[in-house]
Structure formats: C-alpha cells, structure tokens
Write a protein that binds this ligand. Sequence first.
Ligand SMILES: [Cu+2]
Length: 454
Amino acid sequence: MTNRRSFLTGAALIGAGMVSRAGAASLPEAPLQPAAATAVPPPPPTGRHFNPVVTLNGWSLPWRMKDNVKEFHLVAEPVVREIAPGMFANLWGYNGQTPGPTIEVVEGDRVRIFVTNKLPENTSVHWHGQILPNGMDGVSGVTQPAIPPGKTFVYEFVAKHAGTFMYHPHADEMAQMAMGMMGFWVTHPKDPALHAVDRDFVFLLSAYDIDPGSYTPKINTMLDFNLWTFNSRAFPAIDPMVVRKGDRVRIRAGNLTMTNHPIHLHGHTFEVTGTDGGWVRPAARWPEVTTDIAVGQMRAVEFIADNPGDWAFHCHKSHHTMNAMGHDVPTMIGVDHRGVAEKINKLVPGYMVMGEKGGSMGGMQMPIPENTLPMMTGTGQYGEIEMGGMFTLLKVRENQARGDYSDPGWYKHPQGSVAREWTGELPPPSSAPNVPVTKAAAPLNVKRNAPHRH
Ligand SMILES: [Cu+2]
C-alpha cells in the first residue's frame, strides 16, 4: 500500500512533455486510431483469454502487461470524427476518435490507466459502474484534483466484477460529453465459457447539435440535438452487425445522451441479460423486441439469430432516425402547393416544398450547406431507405464464416417471399365525399349557445 501511494503521488503529475519515446520506460504507448471503421480486435495477446467484443465503428485499446498489471494509456484530446461521409465534426475524444477506444479486461485483473490531458481545460475520468476505491472514481474536486491540461494522471484498481461499463469525464461534464468524451468498458468473466456468445457488439448512444454548415457542436443544447448517433456515426455510415445464422448474439449499448432511447430490433425476440449493475439472473430475464435505455444506463440483450435477412435495428423515436433537420418545418400533409414552388423558385432557385404528400424526403435533391447530412438517406436494394441517425442493420446469413464481420451485401430473398404489388381486382372506389379537413374540424350545424339535447 505504501508503495502504491508513493507511486501515485510520484506519477500523478508527469508533464505531457515526458509522454514520448524517452519517457516510455514508465508510460505505456498511447496508440492512435485514425479511422472510423469497425476494427475487429485480435484475441488477447497477453493476459488471460477472453472473447473480445466488436465496437461498432470503433476499436479496443491495446495494453501492455507490466508486473502482472494491465497498463493502458488514454489521451484526452480534440479529434475530428467523420460522422458520415461528407460530414466531419470537431469533437473531443480519446486517442484520435470519439468515442474513445473500448477497454477490455478480465474479472480480477489489476488495471493501471494513464490519462494524459491534451484538452484546453481540466478533465478527469469516471469509470461508470465499476466498484473501486473512492479515490479512483474520477469525480474532480470530490475524489481527486482535476487533471490540468498537459498533465498525466494514473488510475489503478482491480476490475472486480464482470459486466459492461462506460467511462466519461467528471469535469465540465456538460461541455465535455456534448463534445464526445466517452468510451466503453467491458470486464469479461474469469471463465470465458460463462456468458459466452458467438458475436458481441458494443456501442454508445451519443447526440450532437451541429448547425448545418458548421463543424463544432453547440454544447449548451439540452434537448434539440440534430445528430443522433451510435458511436458518433449516423446512418448510413453505421456499420451493419453481421452474424451467422444460428449465432448467439449479444448487443450492448450505453446511453450518454440527454434523453432515453427505445432500441428496437426486427425479426427476433431478445432477452435483456445485462445492465450496468451486472448480469440479470437467467430466471429474471424478460423477452422484448424494444428495450428502453435511459440516460446513463447500459443494456445488454441476447438472442439467437435464427431468421436470415437484413433486419432493421434502430431507436424507435422517429426523430432519432433522422439527421440534421430544421425543427421549425411545418406539417404540410394535405396542403396543395400547386404554383407556389414555381413562384418561390424565381426568388430562391432550388427551393422545394416539403411533405405535401407526407415525408419521402430521402430522394429530394434540395441543395444543403457544406458539411451536413441529408435528413434521411441510404439506399437499399429496393430503393430509398429514408433513415438516418440511430439506425443500422442486423445482417443474418447462412453462409457467413465464423469470425467474418465483412458486409455480405443485400439479402437475397427466397423467390416469392417479398411483399409485392397486388395486381388482382381492386375494390370499388369509396362513395364517401372528400370532406376538406378545415370544414370537418368545425361542424357547421352546431349552434354554440344552444342547450345540449340528450
Ligand atoms: Cu432515440
């Protein structure tokens, strides 16, 4: 204990200048991830065996073993994240990306995490859900002094229990989390056979408010976010979750946005098997097709992928499956715009009337400012998908190889199994007159002051 205390006081204030090859004798290297692609991690090169998770559009942080301690090095720093092709955001994150890399350890591992602050302000790291000594909890001002810019702090604790956790700052949280500072943490069970699955996907829910044409989030936004993401990516740039038919699949998601997200899977029933409090006892698991994840929560769901196809997987709040949108767009369904667009076009070339026949904005070619995304986008084998934001596909395939996460393309539906146009006889047209909505809303034959008769 004395050793550790002197180690901490000694190492807690290493200058950033020492984080270099010369200082590598005491500090592990801080690997950098330049791309937003899903990086499937290799089996653990050192330490006890575990089955690595696959972080959607993310990666896992390599470590080094030193005297039987797993050492990681996180660097908190400004990053440029590709939200989707055509849109980049100036965010804050760790080791080159936001979210930060997933940290994977085994139950009982002693871990030492160096955190170098390259942000222009103080930060700290809170290890959300971990049972650890109070002084390692990362609440700046309460359990530790904040990490000043340019300094490196070290955290050290034993990963006591298996489960799914997150990390994020407890210093200027509103700004730092609105800027993307967060990451995933998985503590694998000691026995790799326990809770074993064939595919284990993880991602964080995060939201940003970035005005079309700009690059930096507005950090004071409380509710009106315009970019809803899995791991700071918006559909169609969120990678699909590719699985083999018959695989046991786990999906773990943590919510670090400002609202809840009912996450919905098509074609399968899953069970909620884990929360940030740990595993749900088998007898207490419940079936769902939508699981609501409140702010600060994590949910792990599991199912057998027994139904081949391309299955939608998305937040069920419809505004969260859209990209940057104007919130002051009026409802135009039923309004006849004939002639209006032509007149406005003379004033504003390229103007389009939105929604007189409902949504269907995916195909609109309205010019948009630089560095923003169309509200709804993505094209499938049958046309426009008209989705953005928190949406991706679960691709279940018979002939996907074990360990192969590459996109197999669109599902080839067995002949005759796709919904199609009815070409038989149609019913006679309705005889009801088309009553204009404005007149129907205020019945003409009611005298307001007349007494009601029953
Ligand atoms: Cu949502």
